[in-house]
Design a protein around this ligand. Structure first.
Ligand SMILES: NC(=O)C1=CN([C@@H]2O[C@H](COP(=O)(O)OP(=O)(O)OC[C@H]3O[C@@H](n4cnc5c(N)ncnc54)[C@H](OP(=O)(O)O)[C@@H]3O)[C@@H](O)[C@H]2O)[C@@H](O)CC1
Ligand SMILES: Nc1ncnc2c1ncn2[C@@H]1O[C@H](COP(=O)(O)OP(=O)(O)O)[C@@H](O)[C@H]1O
Ligand SMILES: [K+]
Length: 451
């Protein structure tokens, strides 16, 4: 964001002009929400506060005056200019209630714990009645990490200025933001920056498609067949033309459309037609499971590694492999363990996922209540999925979808990005209190939404 602002300023756009665009863009949202009703603004000492004075003056010009609370005078030149251009008064006393509140205390310049009168103001904001709007980001949230540095208010709307910041997509920060909207202030961003995942478009099969060309996915099962069956149920509905379970066990309850190959694994893996592999759900962590993982990696096919495979994985297993073909789907605990196994010492989910991708070349989908993808095309953030996904087995469903998409086109980053969208959409369709099996079946109508 700072680089884009600097580029705009080097090209002749003043900081004041950017602030004017930010403030007026935000004010247009606020006037629609306030619909003529009273607005109360909180302005901090930096340029976030400057945006607040621009908003306040815009509202005054429309005849929609309100209170402006500003515990400290502006400390930057541009914020001072905004304050001078504001023709109203600064309010004092307790915060009123039943207003549309606009929080412009701190933006991305928040560097330390919020204390004293600013903390008191945020606490009062949290307790008062009215709609609450955060300008750029909530004022107690560090914009790069999402770390909470002061009293957290629940907002109805967060208006991001110019670009999304990381904090807009990490928990617990994003849960406090309410709806999120981006105010365009005309900045250009270099390619390759982390960004919000764009909705994918999924191609239907070509007119001359047949089952193998559509993608043969082989799921390497292990000791606990339930998890791999769940992944297979999801994979069957995610686009692959053919889904096979490679298993030592007999499965009396497999659906008729799922082929089980119970022959020797090494032989089954020789099938040239395999487009992708999935290993991990229900694999177990025994020496035999490790052998199955090594065999699957040695087959040198595009592969999704999940669950137990992530516990067994170590750097020797992928040395010399084309890791761009490997997609991994760790939850928080698995991500931490992988970082340890690969000697990565860094804090935070985003940094860990990025470092693991940079170190190994694998596409890393760090899943959980917030999800970050660090892959060949860069870093992607996602909107929050339904919290009903916090149910046992939903990760197996995600792995099945990912592997099915990988079998279709062979691109690890793209497969993982599509899988998150399909997973979230399936959860929305499944509604409340669903089981993982129900979620797997909802992948079919979910896929239809992206055709
Ligand atoms: N630059 C641009 O082109 C544009 C920027 N824009 C807007 O500017 C925002 C960024 O502005 P910013 O960088 O001035 O920082 P901001 O978030 O207002 O806060 C910094 C101030 O707060 C202070 N401070 C920090 N922590 C504190 C604490 N815990 N407790 C108390 N004080 C604390 C800090 O003081 P210091 O650390 O220097 O002591 C400083 O005075 C951005 O989010 C967007 O809204 C848009 O208008 C578009 C154009
Ligand atoms: N609170 C939540 N909100 C949204 N998605 C969630 C939440 N909790 C978990 N998920 C999603 O549910 C899945 C859980 O996967 P995982 O932890 O591997 O569970 P399991 O091993 O039981 O399948 C992941 O895709 C994760 O992103
Ligand atoms: K703010």
């Amino acid at each position: 964001m700072r680089a884009a602002e600097k580029a705009a300023m080097d090209a002749g756009t003043s900081e004041w002009e950017l602030m004017r665009r930010s403030g007026e863009g935000a004010a247009r949202w606020i006037t629609r929400i306030a619909a003529g009703g009273p607005v109360c603004l909180l302005c901090g000492p930096g340029n976030n506060g400057g945006d607040g004075y621009v908003i306040a003056e815009y509202l005054r010009q429309l005849g929609n005056g309100g209170e402006v609370f500003a515990p400290k005078p502006p400390a930057t030149e541009t914020a001072r200019k905004a304050r001078e251009a504001f023709s109203g008064e600064i309010a004092s006393g307790p915060l009123p209630s039943n207003r549309v509140f606009v929080d412009c205390l701190f933006g991305y310049g928040l560097t330390r714990e919020v204390e004293g009168e600013f903390a008191d103001l945020l606490r009062a904001l949290g307790e008062t009645k009215g709609q609450k709007i955060a300008i750029d980001i909530p004022s107690s949230i560090a914009s790069d990490s999402g770390q909470q540095l002061g009293p957290l208010v629940r907002y109805d709307l967060t208006l991001a200025l110019g670009a999304w910041k990381r904090a807009h997509f990490v928990m617990p920060a994003m849960a406090s933001m309410g709806q999120k909207r981006l105010v365009d202030i005309g900045l250009d961003f270099p390619v390759g920056l982390p960004r919000l995942s764009a909705e994918p478009h999924i191609d239907p099969p070509a007119p001359d498609a047949h089952k193998y060309r559509r993608g043969l996915l082989a799921i390497v099962a292990g000791d606990m067949p339930g998890a791999s069956l769940l992944a297979a149920q999801a994979a069957l509905r995610s686009g692959a033309g053919y889904v096979k379970l490679l298993s030592d066990h007999s499965h009396p309850d497999v659906p008729a459309e799922l082929v089980v190959d119970d022959g020797p694994l090494a032989e089954a893996l020789e099938d040239e037609r395999i487009g992708a592999l999935l290993i991990g759900p229900g694999l177990g962590r025994t020496p035999a499971a490790r052998d199955r993982l090594s065999a699957a990696l040695a087959a040198k096919r595009p592969i999704v590694l999940d669950a137990d495979a992530l516990h067994l994985l170590d750097p020797t297993m992928i040395s010399g492999a084309d890791t761009a073909n490997i997609a991994i789907t760790p939850h928080e605990g698995e991500l931490a363990q992988l970082c340890e196994a690969f000697g990565i010492e860094t804090e935070g989910k985003i940094a860990k996922a990025q470092a693991l991708n940079a170190e190994t070349g694998m596409a890393v989908l760090a899943k959980g209540p917030d999800t970050v993808l660090a892959g060949q095309r860069g870093t992607r953030f996602f909107e929050r999925g339904p919290a009903w996904l916090s149910a046992a087995g939903t990760g197996d469903v995600l792995a099945g979808i990912s592997a099915s998409r990988l079998a279709v086109h062979g691109e690890a980053h793209r497969a993982l990005e599509e899988a998150v969208w399909l997973h979230h959409e399936a959860a929305r369709i499944a509604g409340a209190a669903f089981t993982a099996g129900y979620l797997a079946r909802a992948v079919k109508p979910a896929l239809e939404a992206f055709l």
